[in-house]
Write a protein that binds this ligand. Structure first.
Ligand SMILES: Cc1ncc(COP(=O)(O)O)c(C=O)c1O
Length: 344
């Protein structure tokens, strides 16, 4: 096999699927114990038309990145936390949780098998997409009799076209992403398709993405379609929606809270009202795909709150971005041991 991936890294950009060499696949028959998985050529899967995933949406996914660092290593960021969140999602969807060691080992195996697709340092990342799904046939509403854990990978550039340039969000109070008691707190595949229509129409109107409000009071900020949100108040306190089961417990969110506390910022996890957010001095979003994106404006009920001008982002946003990407790229020390090497 040619060791150079057929990608022109100089012009490489965007967050889109590029098929790679291989994927990881494991099965759990009888719904209890996972058999060891193996690396297979990347390709289509074959399921019964009655598969639990196809009929009842029994599935969760994860998103992780691997990238080349200043120390010429290939690393991932806190994959143990993705394993934990995946296991919680499996339990919520009545699927057998993938053991943490198996999950992290599978992530490393699939990266190792596709190292030629990891972009050069600073050019992007290899996006890693684990999926656990009900692959066995089931007709009556019940858990599937067989499960598949698979991981595929794709090299990616920036999620938002603008990189660290600020994004522009819009609140649509008539559309809800998650409700108490539902599945908003896990990475359930069914959480995403329902927001596509809204996201598409606002993207068409020039916004970068949609910011959702809570389903009960229609007043508290929840999250964006695929990232968490933070507001730096004029009083110097950083606020972010608390984890109440309706937003995803982001691993970037968790890491940014730690960095903020260590930088001396008071941090509050609370019911953050849209009015409080609109009055903030800086707003930013966090997620594996976006990393940390400054929010230039939020539009709510026809009023636009502006947090930065042009291509600027606020100083706290920039500093956090520099610290997080510094740790991830091994330009800075990693006192938290967040970065995990994939030996290759
Ligand atoms: C709905 C939603 N919120 C937040 C996030 C950010 O989570 P993380 O930082 O773990 O990528 C994601 C992405 O995984 C997401 O899909």
């Amino acid at each position: 096999m040619n060791n150079e991936a057929p990608v022109d890294w100089d012009t490489f950009e965007g967050f889109a699927l590029r098929e790679t060499d291989s994927m990881y696949v494991a099965k759990c028959r009888g719904g209890e114990t996972w058999n060891p998985g193996k690396i297979e050529p990347y390709g289509n899967l074959s399921f019964s038309p009655a598969a639990g995933i196809l009929n009842y949406g029994q599935g969760v996914f994860e998103g992780i990145k691997a990238y080349r660092t200043e120390k010429n290593r290939i690393v991932t960021f806190r994959p143990d936390k993705n394993a934990e969140r995946c296991a919680e999602g499996c339990a919520r969807l009545s699927m057998p949780p993938v053991p943490q060691d198996m999950f992290v080992d599978a992530v490393k195996q699939v990266v190792r098998a596709n190292t030629r697709w990891v972009p050069p340092k600073g050019r992007g990342a290899l996006y890693i997409r684990p999926l656990v799904l009900g692959s066995g046939p089931v007709l009556g509403l019940a858990p599937a009799p067989e499960y598949t854990f698979l991981i595929y990978v794709s090299p990616v550039g920036n999620y938002f076209k603008s990189g660290l340039e600020p994004i522009h969000l819009v609140v649509d109070p008539s559309v809800k992403r998650a409700a108490p008691g539902g599945t908003g707190g896990v990475k359930h595949i069914g959480n995403y398709a329902p927001v596509l229509q809204t996201q598409r129409s606002y993207k068409g109107a020039g916004y970068s993405d949609v910011l959702y409000l809570d389903a009960v009071h229609n007043k508290y900020v929840e999250e964006v379609s695929s990232c968490n949100i933070f507001a730096l108040g004029k009083d110097g306190t950083v606020r972010t929606p608390r984890l109440s089961g309706t937003i995803l417990p982001g691993i970037t969110r968790m890491s940014i809270i730690q960095l903020l506390k260590d930088k001396g910022f008071p941090v509050e996890e609370l019911d953050l009202s849209i009015d409080q957010l609109m009055d903030a001095s800086e707003v930013f979003c966090t997620g594996t795909a976006v990393v940390l994106a400054g929010v230039g404006s939020v539009t709510y009920n026809g009023i636009k709150a502006q947090f930065s001008q042009g291509s600027d982002v606020g100083p706290v946003t920039r500093d956090l971005y520099d610290t997080l990407t510094g740790i991830q790229s091994e330009r800075l020390e990693d006192p938290y041991l967040w970065v995990v090497e994939v030996e290759h």
